[in-house]
Each structure stands twice: as C-alpha cells, then as structure tokens.
Design a protein around this ligand. Sequence first.
Ligand SMILES: *[C@@H]1O[C@H](CO)[C@@H](O)[C@H](O)[C@H]1NC(C)=O
Ligand SMILES: *[C@@H]1O[C@H](CO)[C@@H](O)[C@H](O)[C@H]1NC(C)=O
Ligand SMILES: *[C@@H]1O[C@H](CO)[C@@H](O)[C@H](O)[C@H]1NC(C)=O
Ligand SMILES: *[C@@H]1O[C@H](CO)[C@@H](O)[C@H](O)[C@H]1NC(C)=O
Ligand SMILES: *[C@@H]1O[C@H](CO)[C@@H](O)[C@H](O)[C@H]1NC(C)=O
Ligand SMILES: *[C@@H]1O[C@H](CO)[C@@H](O)[C@H](O)[C@H]1NC(C)=O
Ligand SMILES: *[C@@H]1O[C@H](CO)[C@@H](O)[C@H](O)[C@H]1NC(C)=O
Ligand SMILES: *[C@@H]1O[C@H](CO)[C@@H](O)[C@H](O)[C@H]1NC(C)=O
Ligand SMILES: *[C@@H]1O[C@H](CO)[C@@H](O)[C@H](O)[C@H]1NC(C)=O
Ligand SMILES: *[C@@H]1O[C@H](CO)[C@@H](O)[C@H](O)[C@H]1NC(C)=O
Ligand SMILES: *[C@@H]1O[C@H](CO)[C@@H](O)[C@H](O)[C@H]1NC(C)=O
Ligand SMILES: *[C@@H]1O[C@H](CO)[C@@H](O)[C@H](O)[C@H]1NC(C)=O
Length: 267
Amino acid sequence: MLSNIFTVGLAAILLGLQGSEAAHATCYNLTIPVTISASNTNLSLPLPVNQSQVIDFATASASIANNITNYVEGNYTLDATYNISARLCLPTYAANSNSSTNRNDTVQFLIHGIGFDKSYWDLPCINGVNYSYTEAALAGGYATFGIDRLGVGLSNPSLRDDATIDPKNEIQTPAHIEVVHQLTNIVIHVGHSYGSILSNGLVAKHPNASDGLILQGYSANGSWVPQTIAGLLPTIAAQDQSFRFINASTGVALNSGYLLSNNMFPV
Ligand SMILES: *[C@@H]1O[C@H](CO)[C@@H](O)[C@H](O)[C@H]1NC(C)=O
Ligand SMILES: *[C@@H]1O[C@H](CO)[C@@H](O)[C@H](O)[C@H]1NC(C)=O
Ligand SMILES: *[C@@H]1O[C@H](CO)[C@@H](O)[C@H](O)[C@H]1NC(C)=O
Ligand SMILES: *[C@@H]1O[C@H](CO)[C@@H](O)[C@H](O)[C@H]1NC(C)=O
Ligand SMILES: *[C@@H]1O[C@H](CO)[C@@H](O)[C@H](O)[C@H]1NC(C)=O
Ligand SMILES: *[C@@H]1O[C@H](CO)[C@@H](O)[C@H](O)[C@H]1NC(C)=O
Ligand SMILES: *[C@@H]1O[C@H](CO)[C@@H](O)[C@H](O)[C@H]1NC(C)=O
Ligand SMILES: *[C@@H]1O[C@H](CO)[C@@H](O)[C@H](O)[C@H]1NC(C)=O
Ligand SMILES: *[C@@H]1O[C@H](CO)[C@@H](O)[C@H](O)[C@H]1NC(C)=O
Ligand SMILES: *[C@@H]1O[C@H](CO)[C@@H](O)[C@H](O)[C@H]1NC(C)=O
Ligand SMILES: *[C@@H]1O[C@H](CO)[C@@H](O)[C@H](O)[C@H]1NC(C)=O
Ligand SMILES: *[C@@H]1O[C@H](CO)[C@@H](O)[C@H](O)[C@H]1NC(C)=O
C-alpha cells in the first residue's frame, strides 16, 4: 500500500520540487498541512514570567510533594490544523540491488526527542565517525521520513508566526501523537527519548498505525522523569530564543514564548 508519506513524496516530485542528492538517496524538504483532533488537558498553571518562577516550577516538579495534578482542570478536544515540516529521503534503489538488504517497501518515521529538531537524525561525520542515523538507514535500503514536532524547528514555522497557539494547553503529548497518526500509514516508527514516548503512545492509542517500533533513549520506568526535567535547565523562551519568540515588528514578546523553557515545553 502506498503510504501517505510516499504520496506526499510523489506529489513533491510531480510538482518539480528540487530534491537534493545524498550518497544513497534523494531527499525532499516538505511542509505538510495536518488536521488533528486531540484529547488535551486544560492546566490552570500560571505562565512563569521570569527565570526564578521557571526554577520554582522545575523544583516543585521534582519534589516528592509536587501538586502539579492539582492544576488539571479537565480534558478538552483540540481541533486544529498545523503546518508540519518534514524531510523525506528515498534510497537510490539501484545502489541497494541486493534484495536481502533492500527495504524499499518500508518507511522509517523518525521522531526526535526534547531539545532537538529533525536534524538529530542527520548529524554530521565527526572525527571520521558517522553519526547520521538517516545515512545508515538509507544505506540499508530504508526510506526515512523525519518531522519537526509541532512547535519545533520549522513546524508551524515556530510559534513566532502564530501567536494564537497556546503552548501550555495546546502543544501537548496527545496533540503530538495525533500529528504523527495523521502522517502515518504503513511505516516503522523510530523515536529518540520523548520521540520514543510519542511512538509508544501512538501504538497504544492506534495499534494499527505502525508496523514496528525502534525506541532509543527510552525506559518504561518513569521514576526519574521529574529529576530529568528539572535537570534540563528550563528557561524563559522569549529571553533564551528571542529570535523565535519576540515579534520582529514590535519587539514585544509573544505570549507563546513565556512558558517555554529551553526546548522543554512546547518545543
Ligand atoms: C532542506 O533542509 C535541510 C535541513 O533539514 C537544509 O540543510 C537544506 O538546505 C534544505 N534544502 C533546501 C533545498 O531547502
Ligand atoms: C518574578 O515575578 C514575580 C511575579 O511578578 C515576582 O513576584 C518576583 O519578584 C519576580 N522575581 C524576580 C527575581 O524578578
Ligand atoms: C501547590 O503547592 C504550592 C506550594 O505549596 C501552593 O502555593 C499552591 O497553591 C498549590 N497549588 C494547587 C493548585 O494546589
Ligand atoms: C479548556 O480550555 C478550552 C480552551 O481554552 C475551553 O474552551 C474549555 O472550556 C476548557 N475546558 C475545560 C474542561 O476546562
Ligand atoms: C482525560 O483523558 C484521560 C485520557 O483519555 C482519561 O484517562 C481521564 O479520565 C480524562 N479525565 C477527565 C476528567 O475526563
Ligand atoms: C501553512 O502554510 C501555508 C503556506 O505558507 C499558509 O498559507 C497556511 O496558512 C499555513 N497554515 C497554517 C495552519 O499555519
Ligand atoms: C547481500 O546482503 C547479505 C546480508 O547483508 C550479505 O550476506 C550478502 O553477502 C550480500 N550479497 C551481495 C551479492 O552483496
Ligand atoms: C524495490 O526492490 C525490489 C527488489 O529489489 C525491486 O524489484 C523493486 O523494483 C524496487 N522498487 C522500487 C520502487 O524501486
Ligand atoms: C560515512 O558515510 C559516508 C556516506 O555514506 C561514507 O562515504 C563514509 O565512508 C562513511 N565513513 C565512515 C568512517 O564510515
Ligand atoms: C507582530 O506585530 C505586528 C504589528 O503589530 C502584527 O501585525 C502581527 O500580527 C504580530 N505578529 C504576531 C505573531 O503576533
Ligand atoms: C486493526 O486492524 C485489524 C485488521 O484489519 C482490525 O480487525 C482491527 O479492528 C483494527 N484495530 C483498530 C484499533 O483499528
Ligand atoms: C524503577 O526504577 C526505580 C529507581 O531506579 C526502582 O527503584 C524501581 O524498582 C524500578 N521499577 C521497576 C518496576 O522496575
């Protein structure tokens, strides 16, 4: 069956979008509109306005007596459309004619973790060692499809271009999972860290959505998650990444920028 992803790739080719040639592949940068309906949670937690409030929040999250769940107001259905930025790489099949290594019927759907964007999967060669997951997958004959998660990188080209997005009550795990679901047909999902949590959550909610999972940087034991979150050194987005969260025309920080920490919450 043709997956949505290949349909998009084919459309890119038919539209004459320029693909860039890599050693084993032709790659396309895509922007894909995705409409989702997600069961999100309303949190009454106030947005932090300065760094000391961010630190208070991180400290409170990590404490045994944390009362974060007291801020849960209830569920609501988020119905929204977002532009998701993706990079599709199709292996050059002729270079992989050995049929036992040719996986040209399978797409690996790559989902990055917290603090990264899709470039996580295509890190450069350093000191003669290849760190590119994409290159390795392509060399094995797999097509790869990496996305920037909602609110990250070029997906909905950063919150800066859409101040109506609510980082706290909108960019949540159920919304990420529905974005992945809408982009999924017959593929293997490869997650790193939070991307693994999303891949696992996808299959829990939509068991037929994936033909397989590869989970990196992942444990089913969440007992150290609060300490990990506190250790990520969250910061105020509009101060940390002013180029993304301050309106260039007015110099005013966007609401969306306040809660965001160093690639922690919405991104
Ligand atoms: C496609 O995106 C990659 C980063 O993901 C970038 O390095 C490259 O320049 C982009 N290519 C085009 C043609 O925009
Ligand atoms: C942070 O903001 C709160 C609320 O406005 C204020 O009470 C507090 O003094 C501020 N802290 C710093 C270090 O600016
Ligand atoms: C959570 O705990 C803090 C510190 O004890 C307290 O100030 C706050 O009111 C509590 N919030 C809720 C919603 O229970
Ligand atoms: C949740 O928030 C949405 C949007 O702000 C609002 O429309 C809805 O009434 C809220 N629902 C609950 C259960 O708090
Ligand atoms: C909110 O949704 C979650 C997950 O579907 C569910 O477990 C929980 O009971 C719901 N909470 C409310 C108040 O509806
Ligand atoms: C997606 O991008 C297109 C082209 O730039 C734009 O017209 C559209 O409004 C965007 N949609 C969303 C939901 O941001
Ligand atoms: C094809 O791939 C298999 C598995 O990697 C390998 O054992 C075999 O030698 C390869 N055959 C050729 C002709 O390259
Ligand atoms: C996929 O691989 C098979 C086996 O090597 C080959 O017969 C087929 O033509 C390939 N499909 C494409 C689209 O290249
Ligand atoms: C790294 O990958 C490139 C491109 O696939 C390849 O040409 C090169 O030999 C690889 N280097 C090492 C050290 O594996
Ligand atoms: C930035 O400010 C301009 C001028 O007031 C306004 O038209 C635009 O909507 C603002 N952009 C965002 C994302 O708030
Ligand atoms: C998954 O697919 C099987 C076989 O087509 C079908 O019987 C089942 O209802 C599907 N499950 C879900 C949750 O869609
Ligand atoms: C989870 O990890 C904690 C801390 O290392 C450990 O005490 C606990 O036994 C683990 N739980 C399970 C179910 O393995």
